[in-house]
Design a protein around this ligand. Structure first.
Ligand code: GLC
Length: 445
């Protein structure tokens, strides 16, 4: 039976559904239902919940962010000459895997080519062969990254930016059309290389499908033809999870940046991507302050309780290394995640709507985990209703917690509990919970 088309939802309806500051990028992407993965194909991605993003390239040499070339209007040859210095010393991509493992990430997404056009693999499709094999390093870092992912059992994603500042046609596709078309051809060739050369990736993560830094990825779809591009991708990587940033609606939604997440559970697949550091830049900056542990924990809790994944960005320096401070925070965060893993991995957001800043819930089969962010405000609150009878309430160490149920609402006696940044309770229900999934298409209007 042909699949029914999803219900359309406008921006106003979306906002009223989310009741939050979540801002999805690339709404209204081109619809090609045949390209979208099914819920079951997405299941592994949802179960991961935590991923690690890696922004590393020529810009890491300068240490002023990945937009440095554009922001400082660096002349073409000056920037291109950085390739002659690009040669990380004493570096192996296994180090990124160690960081991902320490962080508790289950997938890693590497920036394989940012807006500056510099490819981190041996790319025959690169215009002017602007790639790491033709830089001082003479190395294929995408291959190295891929091998490391395999070795560590880490799911693997490639970030790729269709746009490339080296092309004047990018800035004026209507008048400099033939130049813009060379950029487009490069995109098709490079994406094809990425999805064929190293085995099909688990994730393809586009960014920057817009034109002349105007409009949106969606409004530039006439140029990139993302339906054609992603049909090609699907022919090689039928099950890759693809984000929405190519102008096609994609398999999940993206919220970008360090703004807090609030509001209701989001019943479509989505991912928050943000930096472990200040967020002033995604690429290496020498003294970029790392976020406090409590901030990282709250962000994670707020995302998973609204049924999202979180993708933490790291910004290695020119030698591929992280600062000691970032390393230390990754280890602290990972230790916390490991200790509380059962209340994170493999869970789905809900079943109870979160209360901003106070608590949220996730579940796995018949177990519900209540993540309490503000113990004081939570104490005495009636929470629910639950889709089943509550059989027990425990702390994570297994100790029973007293509770009462009235009119289907639960009140927990938290006296004697010392609250942390996130205090977790484990509830057992008498039946399994089924996740709520909406089949909607956000029109972007
Ligand atoms: C933005 C930035 C880009 C960064 C990306 C990560 O689109 O322009 O530099 O790579 O966010 O999501």
């Amino acid at each position: 039976m042909p699949k029914a088309l999803p219900r359309e939802m406008t921006g106003a309806e979306l906002n009223s559904m989310l009741k939050s500051n979540v801002h999805f990028k690339s709404l209204g992407g081109m619809r090609v239902p045949g390209l979208k993965l099914s819920d079951s194909d997405l299941a592994w991605w949802r179960e991961c919940r935590v991923g690690m993003f890696i922004h590393w390239g020529l810009y890491s040499i300068l240490g002023r962010g990945e937009w440095v070339r554009f922001a400082e209007k660096l002349p073409y040859h000056q920037y291109e000459a950085l390739a002659g210095q690009f040669d990380p010393q004493d570096f192996c991509t296994d180090e990124w895997m160690d960081a991902a493992r320490d962080l508790g990430a289950k997938y890693a997404v590497m920036v394989t080519r940012h807006h500056d056009g510099f490819a981190l693999w041996d790319s025959a499709g690169s215009w002017n062969r602007f790639d790491s094999m033709h830089a001082k390093a003479h190395r294929d870092f995408v291959k190295e990254f891929t091998d490391s992912c395999r070795k560590y059992g880490m799911r693997r994603g490639y970030y790729y930016s269709p746009m490339d500042w080296r092309f004047p046609g990018y800035f004026d596709p209507e008048h400099l059309t033939s130049n813009a078309l060379i950029m487009k051809q490069q995109c098709y060739r490079q994406v094809e290389e990425l999805v064929t050369r190293y085995g099909a990736p688990d994730i393809l993560w586009y960014d920057g499908g817009w034109l002349a830094h105007k409009g949106s990825d969606t409004s530039s779809a006439w140029f990139w033809e993302p339906d054609r591009l992603n049909s090609m991708v699907r022919s090689y990587a039928p099950k890759a999870v693809i984000n929405p940033r190519s102008g096609w609606e994609g398999d999940f939604y993206c919220d970008e940046g360090s703004a807090e997440i609030s509001g209701n559970i989001i019943t479509v697949p989505w991912e928050k991507n943000l930096c472990l550091c200040s967020g002033a830049s995604w690429g290496w900056m020498e003294n970029d302050p790392v976020q406090p542990l409590s901030w990282l924990i709250r962000m994670l809790v707020n995302v998973i309780c609204r049924d999202g994944n979180i993708l933490w960005n790291i910004a290695p320096n020119r030698n591929g290394k992280l600062s000691g401070e970032v390393h230390a925070r990754i280890k602290e965060f990972g230790a916390w995640i490991r200790e509380n893993g059962e209340a994170i991995y493999g869970t789905r957001g809900g079943p109870v709507e979160p209360v901003d800043g106070v608590f949220g819930t996730v579940f796995n089969k018949n177990t519900v985990y209540v993540h309490i962010l503000d113990g004081k405000r939570f104490s005495g609150m009636a929470i629910g209703p639950f889709p089943g009878r509550v059989l027990s309430v425990q702390r994570m160490d297994g100790q029973d917690v007293k509770y009462t149920i009235a009119d289907g609402m639960l009140r927990v006696d938290l006296s004697g509990i010392a609250f942390g940044t996130d205090t977790i309770l484990r509830l057992t229900l008498d039946r399994e919970i089924t996740p709520v999934v909406s089949d909607v298409y956000f029109t972007g209007k």
